[in-house]
Structures are given as C-alpha cells and as structure tokens.
Design a protein around this ligand. Structure first.
Ligand SMILES: [Zn+2]
Length: 420
C-alpha cells in the first residue's frame, strides 16, 4: 500500500455498513448488517476515505504533514449519522401547546383553533433574516455535535410561496457556512395559509408556480407535501409532484402519519425518494414501497410527543421495505434533538434492533436523501464522515437513551467541534 492519508483512526471496532454487492438501501434480512471489523482502521485524505482494513496495515500509509492519527483503543468508529427529515427553519417555541397536549388536546383540534403550525408560521414570518439564519445554523451545529454529518432541512413554515422562498434562501445561507452537508427541501404544501381564504386549488397552483424559481436558484433538492386527512389529499398534490419531477427536483412526502390516506402508494406513483412517517400505511402501501424501492423514513419522535401509536418497524422489515429514521426536529410535534435519541426511540418504540437502527440512521438515510453512493458507509471513495463512540459496543447507542456517547465527529474529513 502506498497511499497518502491525512486522517487515520485505528484499533477500532469499525462499522463499515458497506454495500452488499449493490448500491441499494438495506432491507429485509440484510436490514441489520453493519459490516463490523474487529481491530479495524480507516484512512482518509482531503475529505475522502482512501482505505480501510484491520490490524497494523495502516502503518504502510504515507502520512502527510500535520496528519491526525488516533488510536481509538477499541472504541466504535461508524459512519456519520444522516438525519433525513427535519424542520429546522423556524422561530419561536411552543411550550404552551406542549403543555396543553399533556392535558389531552389532540393535534388536529389545536390546528383547527389556529394553534399548532400557525403559531410557528407567525413567529417565523416576524423573524429577521439574520435571526433566522442564526437559529438554523445553531441547530445544525448542535446536530453535528451529536454525530450528524448530513442533515435535511425543510422550509415549510412560510406557507405562502414568497415567504417559503425567503426561508429557502436563508437555509442556503446557513448551508454555506455549515460544517456538515445540508440537503434543503421545499415543503411546498404543509398547511393552507390563512390568506388563501380556503382556496386550496389556487394555493397549490401558486406553490407549483414557485418551483421554477426553486429549481433555477438551486434552492432545494426535493419537494415535500403533507398528505393527511384534513390537510392535503394525494390527488390535490399530484400536479405539484409531477411539476417537481419535470423541473428536476426529487419528491418526498409526509404520508399516512395519522390516517391511512393511500400516501405510501402515492409516494410510489410519483417515484418519491422517500415516504416519511407512514405509521398508518396499509399492507398495500408497504408492497408499493417495496416494489418501487422507496425508503420509509420512520419518525418516532412525533409519535412520542403527539401520542399516537408509533410505526411498527417489524412490518416494514417483513415487507422488505428499506427503513430510515430521522429526528423530525420541529417546534410543535417533535422537539427532540440528535440522531442518537432517534436511534434509541426507533428501537424502544418502533421495534428495530439496535443494528437495524444504525443502518437506518446511516446508509438507508443517505439513500433517502439521494446520497446513498456518497456517504453513510465507511468505504473507499466516500466522504470521510465518521463518528467515534465512547463505547466498544454500538448497541449501547440504542440502549442508553440520552447518554452522551458521541466522542468525536469528522465531517468531510474534518473534526467537528464538540458541543459547548
Ligand atoms: Zn415532518
């Protein structure tokens, strides 16, 4: 071996999560294969992984000046975590609603009273550009400190297309200075804005018209819609999704979260890259996802905070639907932080095994963001997105909920500052 490296982590329990012969997301019996190597090492140069192995073979690498070489003493080294679903672009917190829910109000009732999402919409609209950029950047930095090296950030609290475009431009500003990879999404149909005066078709047409600007300015990689009883129906958002495809934007959906509205099958029909929540997806919906190879993004945080039954991950694994998990970080229904927490909840609430949850939070989540060949696995040629855990058994990540097990994070080969 005669390769140059500027970063080497050795004497690791290395979880490669390497592809199993193809570049598809993991599903079914392979859903929990983390590709562990005992006494393993990984080497990177200029942000890309250049080699992996075990034992002392890393010593034959040519180390460039000022390299980082670390003996991790048997600790776990795994791919950086990928959070495929967040709503980080918001101002204002919702303690009042959180408290009201504890005394029994349900989400759709709060929404009808003008609370819920509308409270966040008002606060975010009133926030200045600089304040909003600072808030988004702060949340991205906190995610990075907890091991996330790729994060999706949705707009969606602007509701009206002009305000949505402002949010997307501010997400772009935060993205430009972020230490980790940010994948922006235009959540074009989240709720009907009050100023639409109930005219759903006119509102959806205006959201559809904004797609040309989103594509021209590269403001988003994907378009999302909240398909739910009382919010938007599949057929209503079909033209939006078709237009997204025609301008080169990926599709993703909030689908079958509280009710089965055929959202999973619809996601397959519009060739979405992921179908998210899917707690209530029917068997037919699961078959459609499996057939189309669409990743189901499970979001246990909102089930926990809102109090509805969490998705049963065993159904997805049995149907060979690839599963990813995310935080769904948002101020109303899932204020949790950090992928380690999401991993813990996905195991305790949804029934994934710890290893399936690690796959769901790395390679499968990378596929959900169209990055399945770029990150999410410790394989030569991929981005050097790495996490060192303060344990020699990765199952502890799922087991010790809330424990600060992330010891070090490298994004694109560079150390991310620890949480302050
Ligand atoms: Zn969401």
């Amino acid at each position: 071996m005669n390769r140059e490296a500027d970063l080497v982590l050795h004497r690791a329990r290395l979880l490669t999560v390497a592809p199993l012969g193809d570049e598809r997301p993991r599903s079914g019996p392979a859903a929990g294969d983390v590709g562990a190597i005992a006494d393993g090492w990984v080497a990177a140069r200029d942000g890309a992984i250049v080699a992996t192995g075990h034992g002392l073979a890393w010593q034959r690498l040519e180390l460039v000046p000022r390299s980082t070489v670390e003996d991790v003493a048997g600790r776990v080294v795994m791919p950086g975590l990928v959070d495929p679903h967040t709503h980080l672009c918001y101002a204002g917190e919702r303690w009042d609603e959180f408290t009201a829910r504890r005394s029994g109000s349900d989400y759709l009732a709060i929404l009808e009273r003008g609370g819920g999402i509308h409270a966040t919409v008002r606060a975010t609209r009133e926030a200045t550009d600089d304040d909003l950029v600072a808030a988004i950047s702060e949340r991205i930095a906190r995610a990075a400190a907890s091991g996330t090296t790729t994060i999706e950030v949705k707009s969606g609290y602007g509701l009206e297309p002009e305000e949505e475009l402002r949010h997307l431009r501010l997400i772009a500003r935060a993205r430009a200075s972020a230490a980790i990879d940010v994948s922006p999404t235009y959540l074009a149909a989240h709720a009907l804005p009050p100023r639409a005066n109930g005219d759903r078709r006119a509102f959806l047409r205006s959201a559809q018209a904004a797609l040309a600007t989103v594509a021209a300015e590269h403001l988003a990689e994907a378009v999302d819609a909240f398909v739910e009883k009382g919010v938007f129906e599949t057929e209503e958002v079909a033209p939006l999704m078709h237009e997204a495809a025609s301008v080169g934007l990926a599709r993703t959906l909030h689908a079958d979260q509280l009710n089965d509205t055929g959202g999973a099958a619809f996601a397959a029909r519009v060739e979405a890259r992921s179908a998210d929540h899917v707690s209530r997806a029917s068997a037919e919906g699961l078959r459609a996802l499996e057939h189309a190879g669409i990743v189901a993004v499970l979001l246990p945080g909102s089930a926990l905070f809102v109090g509805y039954p969490p998705p049963d991950a065993r159904r997805f694994v049995a149907h060979r639907v690839p599963v990813a998990i995310g935080t769904d970080h948002n101020p109303g229904t899932s204020p949790l932080e950090g992928m380690p927490t999401a991993i813990g909840l996905a195991v305790t609430m949804c029934g994934l095994t710890p290893h399936e949850a690690i796959v769901a939070a790395t390679i499968n989540a990378a596929h959900a963001l169209g990055r399945g060949a770029r990150t999410g696995a410790i394989v030569e040629g991929r981005r050097a997105d790495l996490v060192v855990l303060d344990t020699d058994d990765e199952r502890e990540l799922a087991y010790r909920l809330g424990a600060p097990l992330v010891r070090a994070v490298f994004a694109n080969g560079r150390a991310v500052s620890p949480a302050s």
